[in-house]
Ligand binder design. Structure first.
Ligand SMILES: CC(=O)N[C@H]1[C@@H](OP(=O)(O)O)O[C@H](CO)[C@@H](O)[C@@H]1O
Ligand SMILES: [Mg+2]
Length: 558
């Protein structure tokens, strides 16, 4: 009997390897290229990606089988990058980014030079990672609006089909990155507390929470939303059907058809880097009217920044740091009003930032007794640090972020017996907040609603929000260097360990300027190092940036 079983197994694996071989032969890896799973998965020119997609498909199946059939997500997107780029990343069952160890396996598979080496690496991974190939595999995948995405999805599907015992796959089609993360999390959460695992479930849950939180403060003043000519346009349109006039949207840059329009001179990344309105928004004049606010999504709708024109003229950016400040103070207020600490430990609220956070924002939070932690760039670092608080607010300055409620905090909130109507109301709002905010990942749509909730609660417009603190003038520039891997950071990327000696020179430069700060780190998504500088005056920032750029040219030039 055992022998029959063993031979059945052997036959099954031989059949699988045959079918993998046939499929893999259609997706050879170009010679000389080195792919790497970076800050946000694989990201490069779309035409270089089909072999990577195929191999990512294999890894997604291995990951799901390794986790006894838990649903894994695959998102095809290059976010705010230009339209000719594309990318892919895997989403773990909790809706979080792929476990870092598996990022290495993804890189290894992607770089196998031939079908033979791919198959043998695949089998080595099966054995080292103790993957039982007889386990089921469940995958959910989606793509953004890029013209290259359908072709890349085909390569992914070819990998799924190679498993003849059938990976169970669900294609969400064109949707936002955060919706995919939500669906993955909700699918795996059998308690149902994370919501119904569909796009409709996502929309309804958020709409219900939004209505609860706005209460009778609506309808709100219209909001101008720049959709970066990307998938956020669809999500916004769909969501508006669920809330009607409670918050009227005025969408801009919703052209997902014209070639080259995606992220071109618009979107959250453009606004944050240029520190200016998208020309389309400026020309439309819509923000010149008093008390008007606008916001921008990025190409896959997981980043958000707000802005307005002071006195109808001067551009004022309300970025991820400003959102974190607004939201943290609001949550602190609600928790205070809930008056839970008399019977329970006080809920720990904290904010997680990266070194790119404006120095003024950190000072603002600390002066209001909100603990602040600094971690390396990349959502996974922020996410994990935020999980250490009962309510952890995390935002990258570029507008990617969310607020996490720990499971024990949610239980405490649900079980708490309030002793006053004010406390009961605050508890209700906190619970609704945990349903409004995407608990898996940063989400432009959900974060935008969160900002609107806080502004309505405070009775503020953008200007009052902005008044909390004044950003220090700052610059973020890319510097091309011969080999960015020579740049090694420590202290949450705030200092360079290598090249030896460079940090001392940066420190000397920084010390010349009042409130000066500057750091350099290799990008995880582009072939460059990034230089950040801030100081008390714009002229000082310019000088500091020039000094550090010169140092980089000396230490890292070709
Ligand atoms: C300074 C900056 O904005 N860096 C971005 C950028 O990473 P880099 O590793 O800096 O290329 O892309 C990441 C993925 O979108 C994002 O998480 C991060 O914040
Ligand atoms: Mg994005």
């Amino acid at each position: 009997m055992a022998t029959t079983e063993a031979s059945e197994h052997a036959h099954k694996y031989a059949t699988l390897l045959d079918s993998l071989q046939d499929a893999a032969n259609l997706y050879p890896k170009p010679e000389g290229l080195k792919y790497s799973y970076g800050t946000a998965g694989f990201r490069t020119l779309a035409n270089l990606l089909p072999p990577v997609m195929f191999r990512v498909g294999l890894l997604a199946i291995l990951r799901s089988k390794r986790l006894a059939g838990a649903t894994i997500g695959v998102m095809v997107t290059a976010s705010h990058n230009p339209e000719q780029d594309n990318g892919v990343k895997l989403v773990d069952p909790s809706g979080e980014m792929l476990e870092p160890l598996w990022e290495l396996h993804a890189t290894t598979l992607a770089n196998c030079p031939s079908t033979a080496s791919l198959l043998s690496t695949f089998m080595t991974l099966v054995s080292h990672l103790r993957v039982d190939l007889d386990q089921p595999a469940n995958i959910v995948y989606a793509r953004d609006t890029r013209p290259s995405s359908p072709g890349l999805v085909e390569a992914l599907e070819a990998a799924f089909r190679a498993f003849s015992d059938g990976a169970k796959v669900v294609d969400l089609g064109i949707t936002t990155t955060p919706i995919l993360h939500y669906v993955v999390k909700a699918t795996n959460d059998k308690s149902g507390e994370s919501g119904i695992p569909t796009q409709e479930g996502y929309m309804k849950r958020m709409a219900k929470a939004f209505k609860t939180l706005i209460g009778n403060r609506g309808p709100l003043a219209p909001l101008h939303v720049d959709c970066a000519n990307g998938v956020g346009a669809f999500a916004l349109e769909e969501f508006s059907k669920h809330i009607g006039d409670l918050l009227p949207f005025r969408p801009i840059n919703t052209d997902v058809k014209t070639r080259g329009a995606l992220n071109f001179q618009c979107g959250a990344d453009f606004v944050k880097t240029k520190q200016a309105l998208p020309p389309s928004v400026a020309q439309s004049g819509v923000l010149s009217k008093p008390d008007t606010r606008g916001c921008s999504f990025d190409g896959d709708a997981d980043r958000l920044v707000y802005y307005y024109l002071r006195d109808g003229k001067t551009f004022r950016l309300l970025d991820g740091d400003k959102i974190a400040g607004l939201v943290a103070m609001y949550i602190k207020d609600l928790v205070g009003r809930a008056r839970m600490h008399e019977n329970n430990e006080p809920l720990k609220i904290g904010v997680v930032q990266t070194a790119y956070a404006n120095g003024s924002s950190t000072k603002y939070l600390k002066s209001r007794n909100i603990p602040v932690r600094c971690v390396p760039t990349g959502v996974k670092h922020l996410h994990h640090a935020a999980q250490l608080f009962d309510i952890g607010v995390y935002f990258e300055a570029n507008g990617h972020g969310t607020v996490l409620f720990s499971p024990s905090c949610l239980t405490t909130l649900r079980e708490f017996q309030p002793d006053s109507p004010e406390s009961a109301n605050a508890i209700k709002q906190l619970i609704a907040l945990s349903e409004l905010i995407n608990q898996a990942v940063g989400d432009a749509l959900s974060d935008m609603l969160l900002v609107e909730v806080v502004l309505a609660y405070r009775g503020w417009g953008a200007e009052e929000w902005d008044a909390g603190y004044e950003d220090l003038p700052n610059r973020l520039v890319k510097v091309e260097v011969h080999d960015r891997s020579q740049f090694v950071t420590i202290d949450a990327e705030r200092k360079l360990q290598y090249p030896t000696g460079l940090q001392d020179h940066i420190d000397d430069a920084v010390n010349k300027f009042e409130l000066g700060r500057s750091f350099v780190r290799p990008s995880g998504t582009e072939d460059c190092v990034r230089l950040y500088a801030e100081a008390k005056s714009t002229a000082d920032v310019e000088s500091l940036t020039t000094m550090v750029t010169d140092l980089l040219t000396y230490y890292g030039g070709p």
